[in-house]
Design a protein around this ligand. Structure first.
Ligand SMILES: CC(=O)OC[C@H](N)C(=O)O
Length: 320
């Protein structure tokens, strides 16, 4: 062995020793993990049948769409089976269970997701409509579907949430993080989100695992629906850690709403940069009085509070 080879051998020994010392970040049990790139491609395949014609080069018409959907469904089924099998195997290995029945379970999960596409599409049709109705800058469905990060995020979320609710491990979170890196919007797949949901702009939005969001809710960039304190995994899993946002609420840019007991009552408006850790009743407008950093929360006096904020700040509450 020359000096170069000796040094290389010693480097390898050092790395192997670190594997023995820090086993929690090794995956050396012989099972393949789902690759991030294949999950990303799988997500694109699903999106291509959810929004047909928008994300594929071949033009579709009444005749070709049937063959397109057939071919894509077959490919999604095969790819999903593979990644779900591997995801289930990771869970089995953590729990010390044999992974012998994962293939059959994966087949069921894959079929189940494909069967859910029509209902996922129904929800997304309402989300796209909410974007068109809620943003004067939006010109068409095509513009929204092809360019709005909020719509990409909610589309992927509705797919990931379906898998999460059926207890598919790992994969829903991988989908969520792929969407996070594509859009800047971080929605945990566990979050429950109602109909006609719209995130405008979107960068920096964080929606935690146990958040519950009602119908016709609109969020702007930088909104956090977060946990009030970090709990241990065991304690945290049993309780709601993130807020409930009731129907018809708008939350403006940069607002932070925290805690599992925090309920934003229906029809409320939460202004830009507000920090909120307690509930507000229906119809409340909460704005940050910037000069003195005090909150104004008035129930049912939307005009009064907005006027006050205008007088104080010389600007509109919230930003868009
Ligand atoms: C969004 C958020 O506050 O997350 C905090 C932590 N990851 C939890 O889920 O409790």
């Amino acid at each position: 062995m020359n000096d170069h080879e000796r040094r290389l051998a010693s480097v390898v020994e050092g790395v192997l020793e670190s594997y023995r010392d820090h086993g929690n970040i090794n995956h050396i049990d012989g099972n393949n993990l789902p690759a991030r790139s294949e999950v990303s491609e799988l997500l694109d395949d699903v999106l291509s049948i959810v929004f047909p014609g928008y994300f594929n080069y071949e033009p579709l018409d009444d005749l070709t769409v049937r063959y397109f959907v057939g071919a894509r469904c077959a490919r999604i089924l095969r790819r999903l089976e593979q990644v779900v099998t591997r995801s289930l195997a990771v869970d089995c290995s953590h729990a010390g269970r044999p992974a012998d029945e994962t293939g059959e379970a994966a087949h069921e999960h894959a079929l189940d997701l494909l069967q859910a596409i029509p209902s996922i599409r129904a929800a997304l049709a309402a989300d796209v409509q909410a974007a068109l109705a809620g943003d004067p800058a939006a010109c068409s469905d095509a513009e929204i579907i092809m360019s709005y990060p909020g719509v990409t995020a909610i589309a992927g979320h509705r797919i990931a949430h379906h898998l999460y609710c059926r207890r598919v491990p790992l994969l829903p979170r991988m989908i969520a993080e792929i969407l996070h890196s594509r859009t800047g919007i971080d929605i945990h797949p566990g979050a429950t989100i109602g109909r006609s949901f719209f995130i405008d702009h979107g960068t920096g939005v964080v929606i935690g695992e146990t958040s519950i969001i009602g119908n016709r809710v609109k969020l702007y960039q930088g909104v956090t629906l977060g946990a009030l304190s970090v709990k241990s995994r065991e304690a945290g899993r049993r309780v709601q850690r993130h807020p409930t946002i009731e129907d018809d609420v708008t939350v403006y840019a940069g607002a932070t709403i925290l805690g599992g007991d925090t309920v934003i009552g229906r029809g409320s408006t939460i202004g830009g940069n507000v920090w909120l850790t307690r509930s507000v009743p229906p119809g409340t407008t909460v704005v940050l009085d910037t000069p003195s950093l005090r909150f104004f929360a008035l129930n049912g006096d939307k005009n009064g509070i907005e006027k006050h904020a205008l007088e104080k700040n010389g600007d509109k509450p919230g930003t868009s």
